[in-house]
Design a protein around this ligand. Structure first.
Ligand SMILES: NC(=O)C1=CN([C@@H]2O[C@H](COP(=O)(O)OP(=O)(O)OC[C@H]3O[C@@H](n4cnc5c(N)ncnc54)[C@H](OP(=O)(O)O)[C@@H]3O)[C@@H](O)[C@H]2O)C=CC1
Ligand SMILES: O=C(O)CCC(=O)C(=O)O
Ligand SMILES: [Mg+2]
Length: 422
C-alpha cells in the first residue's frame, strides 16, 4: 500500500496534498535507466526544497512489455483507472513496433484518457551543443493535438477485405478516382474535428495569454489537405476571434483590413495590436514552417498544430537545442485536469540497459510536472542544477560527442552530478 494522499480536482483546480500519490510507468527500452536516474533527482529536489514537509509517494503502474510479462495485457484497465484516480502521472517511453504488432500504447493512453494536448516546450540551455548558430533564439511551446488525425490509427492493411471494402466504397459510392493502385493500397483515415481543434487552440491561446507570449502560430498543410488541416487553420482563427476578441489579433483580421483599407492599414492595425500586448494569431504551412524555424526561429513562439505535424515538429525543434535527450513534454486534458508527463523521445532500444542515455528529457518533464503542481521550488532547483551541470561540461554521451573538453558520464552518474548541484 502506497503511503500518501490523492491529488484531487475541483472546478478545474488541482488540490495537491503534501504527500501526493503519483503513479509512474517505468517504460520500455531505456525507460528503466532514465526512470531510476530521474526519480532520484525528483526525490532529492523535493527533500532539498521542503525537508520532511513534502514528499511524493510514487506508485508504479504497468504498461508496455513489463505489463504484458506480468499480466498478459499491454495496457491493463487498472493502470487507466489509477491514472484517472490519482490525476497526475509520469511515464517513460513505450515501444511501438513498426508495420505490424500492437498499436501505440502512448496513443492509446492519450485517447483513452482524452489527454488532448501534447505540450512540448523547447528552450535552449547554455552550453548544450547545437547544429545551429543561434540555438538561444529558439523559445517555443508546442501545443500538439493528441487524440485525432491520421495518428488515431484508423488504418486498413493492403490486401485485406476491410481495405478492399473501403476502397470499393470510395470508388463506387463516393466517386473517388484518385487511388493510384486500388488493388494493393493500404488505407488510412484522418479525422480532424472542430471540437478537437477548438479545445487545443483554446488551450494554446490561454497559455499564450497567461505566460505573456507574443504569438500563436497555427501550423498546417491546409493547402493540400483542405478539409482537415485547412479546416484546422480556419477553425483556429474563428475560435480566436470569437472567444478572445480583446486579447488577440489574427492574420484573418489582417487580411480583412487589407482588403477593405489597403495593406498599410492592416500593418498598422497589427502594430497597434502588438503594442497593446495582444496575442498575434497567425498561421504557417508546415513545410515552410520547418525551414523557417531554422532560419528565423525568433518569429515563432507558441505553436498549435495537429498530431502528425506536431510529432515531426517536436523532434525537429528539439534537435535545434541539442536533441531529444533534453526535450520534455506532457499530455494534458485541461478540462478534467488529468495529465501524464513524458519525454519527447522513445525507447532508444540500442541503448537499453546500458545506463548510458541522457535522462534530462524525463527529468525536465518532471520539472513541468512540479510546475503544474505549483511545487515551484523543486522545479527551480532542478532547472538550475541542469544549467550548472551542463556548464561544468559533465554530460552524457549525446552531448559529450559534440563538446570539446567534456567529461562523459553514465546516465546514473549524470543524476549524481545533478543532485550534487541542487
Ligand atoms: N512517447 C513515447 O513513448 C515514444 C515512443 N517511441 C517509440 O520508441 C521506439 C524507438 O523509436 P525511435 O524512432 O528509434 O526514436 P527514439 O527517440 O527512441 O530514439 C532515436 C534516437 O534519439 C536519440 N535519443 C533518444 N533518447 C535519447 C536520450 N534519452 N538521450 C540521448 N539520446 C537519445 C538516440 O540517438 P543516437 O542514435 O544519435 O544516439 C536514439 O537512437 C519506437 O518503438 C517508437 O514507437 C518513440 C517516440 C516517443
Ligand atoms: O507512440 C509511439 O510509439 C510514438 C509516439 C511519438 O513519437 C510521440 O508522441 O512523439
Ligand atoms: Mg515523436
Amino acid at each position: 500500500m502506497t503511503q500518501g494522499e490523492q491529488i484531487t480536482v475541483e472546478n478545474g483546480v488541482l488540490h495537491v496534498p503534501d504527500h501526493p500519490i503519483i503513479p509512474f510507468i517505468e517504460g520500455d527500452g531505456i525507460g528503466p535507466d532514465i526512470w531510476r536516474a530521474a526519480s532520484r533527482v525528483f526525490n532529492a529536489a523535493v527533500e532539498k526544497a521542503y525537508g520532511d514537509k513534502k514528499k511524493i509517494a510514487w506508485k508504479e503502474v504497468l504498461t508496455g512489455q513489463k505489463a504484458f510479462d506480468l499480466t498478459g495485457e499491454w495496457l491493463p484497465q487498472e493502470t487507466l483507472d489509477a491514472i484517472k484516480k490519482y490525476v497526475i502521472a509520469i511515464k517513460g517511453p513505450l515501444t511501438t513496433p513498426v508495420g505490424g504488432g500492437i498499436r501505440s500504447l502512448n496513443v492509446a493512453l492519450r485517447q483513452q484518457l482524452d489527454l488532448f494536448t501534447c505540450l512540448r516546450p523547447v528552450r535552449y540551455f547554455q552550453g548544450v551543443p547545437s547544429p545551429v548558430k543561434h540555438p538561444e533564439r529558439v523559445d517555443m511551446v508546442i501545443f500538439r493535438e493528441n487524440t485525432e488525425d491520421i495518428y488515431a490509427g484508423i488504418e486498413f492493411e493492403s490486401g485485406t477485405p476491410e481495405a478492399q471494402k473501403v476502397i470499393n466504397f470510395l470508388q463506387n459510392d463516393m466517386g473517388v478516382r484518385k487511388i493510384r493502385f486500388p488493388e494493393t493500397s493500404g488505407i488510412g483515415i484522418k479525422p480532424v474535428s472542430k471540437e478537437g481543434t477548438d479545445r487545443l487552440v483554446r488551450a494554446a491561446i490561454r497559455y499564450a495569454i497567461s505566460e505573456g507570449r507574443k504569438s500563436v502560430t497555427l501550423v498546417h498543410k491546409g493547402n493540400i489537405m483542405k478539409f482537415t488541416e485547412g479546416a484546422f487553420k480556419n477553425w483556429g482563427y474563428d475560435l480566436a476571434e470569437k472567444e478572445f476578441p480583446d486579447q488577440t489579433f489574427t492574420w484573418k483580421q489582417f487580411d480583412a483590413i487589407a482588403a477593405e483599407k489597403g495593406k498599410q492599414a492592416a500593418v498598422e492595425a497589427q502594430k497597434e495590436a502588438e503594442s497593446e500586448g495582444r496575442i498575434i494569431v497567425k498561421d504557417a504551412i508546415a513545410d515552410n514552417f520547418l525551414q523557417q524555424i531554422l532560419t528565423r526561429p525568433s518569429e515563432y513562439d507558441v505553436v498549435a498544430t495537429m498530431n502528425l505535424d506536431g510529432d515531426y515538429i517536436s523532434d525537429a525543434l528539439a534537435a535545434q537545442v541539442g536533441g531529444i535527450g533534453i526535450a520534455p513534454g506532457a499530455n494534458i486534458n485541461y478540462e478534467t485536469g488529468i495529465a501524464i508527463f513524458e519525454a519527447t523521445h522513445g525507447t532508444a532500444p540500442k541503448y537499453a540497459g546500458m545506463d548510458k542515455v541522457n535522462p534530462s528529457s524525463v527529468i525536465l518533464s518532471g520539472v513541468l510536472m512540479f510546475e503544474h503542481l505549483k511545487w515551484y521550488e523543486p522545479a527551480k532547483l532542478i532547472t538550475q542544477a541542469i544549467e550548472k551541470t551542463i556548464e561544468s561540461k559533465v554530460v552524457t554521451y549525446d552531448f559529450a560527442r559534440l563538446m570539446d573538453g567534456a567529461k562523459e558520464v553514465k546516465c546514473s552518474e549524470f543524476a549524481d552530478e545533478l543532485i550534487s548541484h541542487l
